[in-house]
Design a protein around this ligand. Sequence first.
Ligand SMILES: [Zn+2]
Ligand SMILES: [Zn+2]
Length: 267
Amino acid sequence: MTKIWEVYALKYSERNDRTRADSFIFEENINQQHDMDYFIWLLRCKDELILVDTGYDARDAVPRQRPTLREPADALRQFGVRPEDITDLVITHLHYDHAGGLPQFPNATIHIQAAEVAYATGPCMCHDALRMPYTASHLCDLIQRIYSGRVVFYEGDAQIADGVIAYQIGGHSRGLQALGVQTESGTLCLASDASHYYENVFLRKPFPIVVDAQDMLDGFNRLEEIATDRSLIIPGHDPLVTSYFPNWQDCDFIYRLDKGCKIPFDL
Ligand SMILES: [Zn+2]
Ligand SMILES: [Zn+2]
């Protein structure tokens, strides 16, 4: 029988100094404030844990002038999990806000798409505009992990664990992977940056950080195919997640995602 997973979102940062023009191509209300939240995600099945992304830590918060509310590793500790306890780590893509602080997870085997590593270390990174979301030291940390023999490369869709499937979705970067996770509510889709906001996927609005708009739009269709229903698609950066889903215990920055939620479907 397929394993059933609990899924948690741990919020570690937020930004309010941005507008809808930063979130949607062809947006009309370009000057309207549009907040962004930052999460890491944790899958749990009994004593088995899979961490999904590592967020960014102080090494990026200072130069990018994006202070965190808490270090992602500390958010994990609040949940009762030590970073060194993580043995399986899915990196959805290598943007700075998803792949920082790898040395804090010394015992983790990293699960990643080969296309993402090739893209983030290849000739496209000679362009400032394409390099901007990446941090060179994160890639050095990843390469060290490769040389320690603890990186699993996937070439397209792949099963990562019983009940956890990675789906390669292009568009935002070359090798982003969203996850389909079996939960008691059905198949939940952790979209990560395949859809930053509910509006991106539901209204088919491309996000401005894009390497291939057609792939991004195809990816929106894909997310709806992966999830059992639309309420189980979890966008990567939408503050609405924190109001649609219940808090874990009384912690005000950890949310339980696998029990379902009430999304207003006029979105
Ligand atoms: Zn991204
Ligand atoms: Zn992101």
